[in-house]
Design a protein around this ligand. Sequence first.
Ligand SMILES: [Zn+2]
Length: 79
Amino acid sequence: MTRNYIAVTYDVCNHNNLYEDLNEYPLDMSIDIDKQIREFAKMDVAPLIKVYVSDTSDFKAFRLYREYKFNEYECSCSQ
Ligand SMILES: [Zn+2]
């Protein structure tokens, strides 16, 4: 069975109760995941990325696979 992975970028601001999903990207599991994730975070300036895995390509049923946090892209409201 082939597993399908997608990465979802999130924009998060605790000060404004913002928790918004930005974009979805399919992951290529044959190359370095962390590297792809870092690229997505950079592109979307996303402080949070969640990777979801599904056993079907239509993603009818999926579960959280991994979570990545990028402190450098966190909002600067409190500064
Ligand atoms: Zn903020």
